[in-house]
Design a protein around this ligand. Structure first.
Ligand code: GLA
Ligand code: ZN
Length: 684
């Protein structure tokens, strides 16, 4: 088995997996008894860490230039005295009302060019010099006052940067500067890249360029792509300014920002770019369990995919599960209570994929405000001391904490996958924007997860990367629907396969370049030679249409290809293209490159990848056939090895190991495992 060197803890002051929550004592400053109760309950539940100050600006700076840090001094001192660590946030994700009133430029303008009123959060302009200065000032003050506070172990910069962007005049100017730099001051190069001769959209001056808008330009995909790039770059620039302010004073503290849980993935920021600035990755995981439209196992695979992506951002370095709900949310369409066991299982899943913390939003439910019904460790009943900790959620959290405390040596261990799936943000943006043969149902993210699940089902570790990453460490690289192929990627894949790598891609790949100009050398463009095929045209189907390929169903996309050097493995059974290739394999150098020309929702991917796993000798976490809905993952370093078995079904499952292993939580040797619904075992 491949093992990685231990990455060490993200902060030298921690030992073991941290268990904690977002804590908002600033909502309860008039209730010292509640603050006291918090401390007691934190001890009772065995929590080690609290994230504080995420939305505290109005308390920290109640009026411009007037600061109040006394309450925070008091809280940090108390937590430190009680042995509880703090991840201290900068408050830039929600600005105080006085600022919006005094400086309207700090408020965001939307794509319809409407300036938003004060309210909500993530509501600021990320270009505004006034806003940046205010953020710099408060961050510097926090760093000066708390950078050396013994309770503080890390910075939590802002909160969930997301990709909506601001369209105010300041941002328009910043966008133009970004474009000038990107196109080396050459407006003709931009005109060509965006193909502006179409519909007479040629620009004669940089000042004519405006960000995309539903009431203006929004179908010029070179523009929309560059706008997405700009929003990511400008957000990174904003993040950097915060990081600089903190590091200038408190360089020793690791720095993170909590990434979103990808619900708006296709519009979102390119987190690969932001990741470079951070010392440690963290993200907020809000699964949709017990849903009516997907199974818990499907949701678990989707979550596992995102965990693996977060671990991959820093080449395997463990990440923090910064937020998760210990019970329900208040924003999912129907937020069923988590069934017994599910909370602990979902938390262990994060650890199994590389998390070194399990943290919640939130410690205590607020009495008012938009999230008063969002799950929390402690419910509303603070004045009922008999029952405040006597709840199912509190008991499950406490029990999970005891399991986490047994995993001391897991800190810093990681996963060394032999398989990588490419989920590329720029590709996601353009797939969402471009107007091709099917306007809906492209489902890039879900398609990647469907490929991923074949590995999840078999307990095979996967890295989730973008197209810019090094591929040499993988035995198998899969790039579903890689519509955009950026310069260099074709040659990289050729070299990878030539040297013995295995590559799989699908229909709707190799169509256009990094500005969405179509390739002129025949689809799939730069991937044509390594795949040994030529795609002449692509047929798309209605949702209800079912075609067939060698006993499997073909749905939605049927690429009509010709083999060049590739061998045909399966052919279409239906329609005017019956008999034409649907699955091909091209031996190229010492490796091979596969082209899956159709989409399928049945067992095709599972069977296909099962054969690849065997053929390429790809390792599974356990050498057993896992029951449906059960997965296994390994975290290891040169000394330790932890194997997590997770049952994401509401049924009991049993399996027999090839040889006895030690159950870390009970200390017993086990060979036959009886798994309860929604349960886990940790073996070593
Ligand atoms: C996000 C935010 C939190 C909270 C939760 C609710 O992750 O970061 O402040 O709003 O959602 O699920
Ligand atoms: Zn702006």
């Amino acid at each position: 088995m491949r093992r990685m060197k231990n990455f060490g803890p993200f902060s030298p002051r921690i030992h073991g997996i941290l268990h904690g929550a977002d804590y908002n004592p600033d909502q309860w400053l008039d209730r010292p008894d509640i603050l006291e109760q918090d401390i007691q309950l934190m001890h009772q539940s065995g929590m080690h860490v609290m994230s504080i100050g995420i939305f505290s600006w109005a308390k920290l700076e109640p009026a411009e230039g007037q600061y109040d840090f006394l309450w925070l001094d008091m809280i940090l001192d108390r937590l430190y005295a009680e042995g509880i660590s703090v991840i201290l946030a900068t408050p830039s994700a929600a600005l105080p009302a006085w600022m919006s009133q005094a400086y309207p430029e700090v408020l965001r303008m939307d794509e319809n060019r409407v300036r938003h009123l004060h309210g909500g959060r993530q509501n600021h302009c990320f270009t505004s010099p006034v806003y940046r200065e205010k953020v710099r000032t408060i961050d510097t003050l926090l760093a000066q006052r708390y950078g050396r506070h013994p309770a503080v172990i890390a910075w939590h910069v802002s909160n969930e940067f997301e990709g909506y962007g601001c369209h105010c005049p300041l941002c328009q100017e910043a966008f133009r500067s970004f474009l000038k730099a990107r196109y080396h001051d050459d407006l003709e190069a931009l005109n060509h890249a965006w193909w502006t001769s179409f519909w007479s959209h040629t620009y004669r001056d940089w000042s004519e360029i405006e960000s995309p808008s539903p009431i203006g330009e929004h179908e010029m995909h070179g523009l929309t792509l560059d706008w997405h790039r700009f929003v990511s770059a400008q957000t990174l620039d904003f993040l950097r300014e915060e990081c600089r302010a903190l590091r200038a004073v408190a360089l020793h503290l690791p720095l993170t920002t909590n990434f979103h849980d990808f619900v708006q993935l296709e519009r979102g920021l390119d987190y690969w770019k932001l990741a470079e600035e951070l010392d440690v990755i963290s993200w907020d995981d809000y699964p949709y369990w017990h849903a009516d439209k997907h199974s818990d196992a499907e949701e678990a695979a989707r979550r596992a995919f995102i965990h693996d992506m977060n671990r991959s951002f820093k080449q395997g370095k463990p990440f923090l599960l910064m937020e998760s709900s210990p019970s329900a949310t208040n924003w999912q369409p129907v937020a069923k209570l988590r069934r017994p066991g599910m909370h602990a299982l979902a938390s262990i899943q994060a650890v199994a994929h590389g998390a070194d913390t399990v943290q919640y939003f939130q410690w205590r439910k607020s009495l008012g405000g938009s999230e008063k019904f969002h799950g929390a460790v402690v419910d509303h009943n603070c004045d009922d001391p008999v029952h405040v900790a006597d709840t199912r959620v509190f008991r499950e959290v406490t029990a999970l904490g005891r399991d986490l405390d047994r995993l001391l040596d897991i800190v810093g261990t990681s996963v060394a996958p032999e398989v990588a799936i490419i989920y590329d943000w720029e590709n996601a943006w353009i797939l969402a924007d471009t107007q091709g043969p099917r306007q809906e149902g492209l489902d890039y993210f879900d398609t990647c997860v469907r490929h991923y699940k074949a590995f999840w089902d078999r307990g095979v570790a996967v890295g989730v990367i973008n197209a810019d990453q090094d591929l040499s460490r993988y035995k198998l690289v899969i790039a579903p629907m890689l519509y955009m192929v950026r310069p260099g990627f074709g040659a990289k894949i050729e070299a990878y396969v030539q040297a013995g790598g295995h590559f799989v891609t699908t229909y709707w790949s190799g169509i256009a370049d990094e500005t969405d100009l179509c390739f002129t050398t025949g689809r799939p463009g730069p991937l044509r030679r390594v795949l040994g095929i030529w795609s002449e045209e692509i047929d798309v189907l209605y949702d209800s249409d079912i075609h067939h390929v060698g006993g499997y169903e073909a749905r939605l996309f049927c690429d009509l290809i010709h083999t060049e050097s590739a061998e045909t493995v399966l052919t279409y059974d239906d329609d005017f293209y019956a008999g034409r290739p649907a699955l091909t394999c091209n031996r190229y150098g010492a490796g091979e490159a596969w082209y899956i020309a159709f989409r399928s929702y049945d067992t095709f991917l599972s069977d296909f990848y099962d054969a690849r796993i065997r053929a390429y000798g790809i390792e599974q976490a356990l050498d057993v056939d896992l029951p449906e809905g059960v997965t296994a993952t390994i975290r290891a370093d040169e000394e330790h090895c932890f194997c997590f078995l997770q049952n994401f079904t509401d049924r009991k499952q049993s399996l027999r190991l090839k040889a006895p292993m030690q159950d870390l939580l009970t200390g017993k040797q086990v060979q036959t495992l009886e798994m309860d619904p929604y349960s886990y075992h940790i073996l070593s």
